[in-house]
Design a protein around this ligand. Structure first.
Ligand code: AMP
Length: 396
């Protein structure tokens, strides 16, 4: 793996693809700067070596057109504050203005280019556009895991113009290592906890990871398709009838591969999908009509706790209940607590993919797990076993 520490940036200009696609409020202030903080170590390393940093990113979806609301100029102060250097800004990411701004850049300085997606060529992966970007640095560094699954000009195509001078930034390298720990090198027993709404969106992940794990916990809305497949009564719970055969097939494959599958035994059932619904604890396979399972029940959580605490490597993707409603958040919070406990005792834990990251942040588990992935789609595609184009381009 070509990493940042393989290079000395003294007197070099690093062209760094970062993911500064940060949320802004209506005054165009950054409301969550975690993505900026995440890229900071890479930028600091370049500056401390005596180099300069040319930062490129997208912001939002301007669809190939300039859009003042999505200008990266809004985040210049936030980036300056985060890295402790006054960041310069240039109003285009290619062309004469960009070339001049880069030529004027001195060691220790940082330049932020305007939103890459103001040019439609970026998302098309246009080679001529990538070549123009490549003129803006001596060494290409990709530190944007969130877009590593896209074959865009700045994330993938540009790398070919740096055959010997390209590498992963610290953040991207950490993401790759974390996924590798779960998928290949992690200490056994390896556990995957999969929740979320639907089996259909997780099916490729399940099929890919069955070869790599010892235990599988299934929670969330996915549960009910598996319960119905086994002949249980799921009432009005979310259930994908067209995935029942698939659920049976997954259980069969898991058995053949020696994976222990853990499914809820009881649930918090509600009489409506509503924050103020009436609730009762029922057996997962005896949910009355008019009721739906919206969270894991107490016996289930005790079972899951034992499995989690016995695991040495843990992957968590997808909430265990409808955590957005307080009445149905307890299961997801409990799972977070058990993972935090296992982590404290030396297990490696990776949380990734969309809603589980939101849950982990909302309930304050962020610093109690080993690693929280920054890339939703990129993380899911990695777990599905796909080679991400942004990663392949650096390894090529
Ligand atoms: P996903 O994007 O597939 O990870 O799904 C996340 C969503 O699944 C969250 O918004 C949860 O509210 C939802 N969810 C979790 N458990 C259930 C359930 N038992 N019934 C319906 N939705 C659920």
């Amino acid at each position: 793996m070509k990493v940042l520490n393989d290079f000395n940036f003294d007197n070099k200009k690093a062209l760094i693809r970062v993911d500064f696609n940060v949320p802004l409020n209506d005054k165009f202030e950054v409301t969550d700067n975690s993505r900026i903080e995440a890229a900071k170590p890479t930028i600091i390393k370049v500056l401390e070596d005596g180099g300069s940093a040319v930062l490129m990113s997208h912001l939002g979806r301007p669809d190939g057109k300039s859009n003042a609301d999505l200008s990266l100029s809004h985040i210049v102060d936030a980036v300056s504050d985060a890295i402790g250097v006054t960041v310069k800004f240039v109003s285009d990411c290619v062309g004469e203005v960009a070339k001049k701004a880069v030529a004027d850049l001195k060691s220790g300085e940082v330049l932020l280019l305007e939103n890459l997606r103001f040019h439609s060529e970026e998302e098309k992966g246009d080679e001529a556009f990538a070549e123009k970007l490549s003129q803006l640095g001596d060494i290409y560094v990709n530190d944007a895991f969130g877009t590593a699954h896209r074959a865009h000009a700045s994330t993938t195509v540009v790398a070919k113009f740096f055959p010997e001078a390209k590498c992963f930034g610290y953040l991207l390298a950490k993401e790759i290592e974390a996924i590798d720990k779960v998928m290949a090198t992690g200490e056994k027993p390896v556990l995957a906890i999969l929740g979320g709404a639907k089996v259909s969106s997780k099916i490729t992940i399940i099929e890919n990871i069955l070869d790599k794990i010892d235990d599988l916990i299934i929670g969330g809305g996915m549960t009910y398709t598996f319960i119905k497949a086994q002949g249980g009564k799921v009432g009005d719970s979310i259930c994908e009838d067209d995935k029942i055969d698939l659920a049976m097939e997954i259980l069969k494959q898991a058995k053949e591969k020696g994976v222990n599958v853990h499914i809820p035994v009881d649930v918090i059932a509600a009489d409506a999908f509503d924050a103020n619904a009436n609730t009762q604890v029922v057996d997962v396979d005896k949910i009355p009509d008019g009721w739906q399972g919206l969270d894991a029940g107490p016996d289930t959580l005790q079972n899951f706790k034992k499995v989690i605490l016995a695991s040495k490597t843990i992957l968590w993707n997808g909430p265990i209940g409808v955590f957005e409603m307080e009445k149905f958040a307890a299961g997801t919070i409990a799972i977070g607590n058990y993972i935090a406990e296992a982590t404290k005792e030396g297990s490696f834990s990776l949380v990734g993919g969309g809603d589980s990251v939101a849950a982990v942040k909302q309930f304050g588990f962020e610093n109690k797990v080993s690693y929280v992935s920054t890339g939703g789609g990129a993380m899911l595609e990695s777990l599905e076993g796909k080679t991400l184009p942004g990663i392949a381009a650096i390894l090529a």
